[in-house]
Design a protein around this ligand. Structure first.
Ligand code: BGC
Length: 338
């Protein structure tokens, strides 16, 4: 007879804990502390063959400008064995990328390390999934002792072509499992179909893993951000400006999509890429950068600008200066070391 009230008390206590956990989930969605972030675009993803070779001093430069995180896009597939069972990564490439990760960490930056331009994966997801898993198995063990609070993995940049939200976890799941062998609790980012556009969040499958974070990219409207970009089909004509009432309404609607995603999932996505091609006049690039930052950052979304020195450049490496107006657009002050 005495057991019954005791059981009731216990049940009430458990219910209270569940309620508190529920409250905590709705009151404080899970977010990675990305903050202001810069992509090291077209360096290690294009084979490090650009004019400007990435060096340790670049990370100090980026940290001094006030960024807290860098996203390091890396083409791992190109430097690995495409056919051998282990898909061995070239030791030289592994050492080069590891040195860049360490240089960023040493400079006080958080790092999002991805796999970029793995086109074979997007063309035939089922066939290339074991290759992706083999890459992350090697990367995971290589970097397992770096702090989980500051180094985060992103399994695949911009799923596209035949890799959709429908087969996303079947394709990326083995890579996540390979990472988890050596990195049980390292944050891992996963982006959705159609180049991880903001619409992809609505049906993004999220595995039951407390350390997985969603990510998306934002280049809307493409006719503005990618005008003159040779790699976009069809090519976008030059001369489009940004900031009409329709542009701003679209941005507000997209910010609302993100708000709803956070409310539904309790996870805050990372905006892994956004920016404007360098062919666009700087004041226009700055206006877009400011508008996008102000639309998403107040929701706790970390924003990674594309990119440091190339294609959508933030920094003029020949003149050794930040391009006017872009740091200011995300609330940073050029020349002020932090
Ligand atoms: C690609 C870059 C491209 C950028 C903007 C990135 O994901 O890797 O090559 O410049 O998107 O289109």
């Amino acid at each position: 007879m005495r057991l019954f009230p005791a059981l009731l008390r216990r049940a009430a206590a458990v219910l209270a804990m569940v309620a508190i956990a529920g409250q905590a989930a709705s009151a404080a969605p899970r977010a990675l502390p990305v903050g202001r972030c810069l992509n090291l675009g077209n360096h290690l993803d294009t084979g490090d063959a650009q004019d400007k070779r990435l060096a340790a001093e670049d990370f100090h430069n980026i940290r001094a400008a006030g960024f807290t995180t860098v996203r390091l896009p890396v083409n791992w597939a190109k430097y690995s064995d495409p056919v051998g069972r282990g898909h061995g990564i070239s030791p030289l490439w592994m050492a080069r990328v590891s040195a860049m990760v360490d240089a960023a960490l040493d400079a006080g930056l958080n790092v999002i390390l991805d796999s970029h331009h793995f086109d074979a994966l997007h063309g035939d997801p089922a066939a290339a999934s074991p290759w992706l898993a083999a890459l992350w198995y090697q990367i995971g063990w290589q970097l397992a002792d770096r702090p989980t609070t500051r180094l985060w993995f992103e399994i695949d940049n911009e799923p596209s072509d035949r890799l959709t939200n429908a087969n996303l976890m079947a394709t990326l799941g083995p890579a996540l499992a390979a990472i988890r062998q050596s990195n049980p609790d390292r944050p891992v980012l996963i982006g959705g179909e159609n180049w991880s556009n903001v619409e992809s969040l609505a049906s993004l499958p999220l595995p039951a893993d407390a350390h997985v974070y969603p990510t998306f990219h934002y280049y809307t409207p493409m006719g503005f951000t990618h005008q003159g970009a040779s790699w976009v089909r069809p090519p976008q004509p030059a001369g489009r400006s940004f900031g009409t009432p329709a542009d701003m309404a679209r941005l507000a609607a997209d910010a609302e999509r993100v708000r709803q995603f956070i409310a539904r999932t309790g996870r805050v996505p990372v905006l892994g890429e956004t920016g404007v091609f360098t062919s666009v006049p700087l004041p226009q690039r700055a206006a877009y950068t400011r508008a996008v930052y102000q639309a998403f950052a107040p929701q706790g979304v970390g924003v990674c600008e594309w990119a440091y020195t190339n294609t959508f450049a933030f920094y003029d490496w020949r003149a050794r200066q930040w391009l006017p107006g872009l740091l200011e657009a995300i609330g940073l002050k050029p020349g002020k070391a932090r």
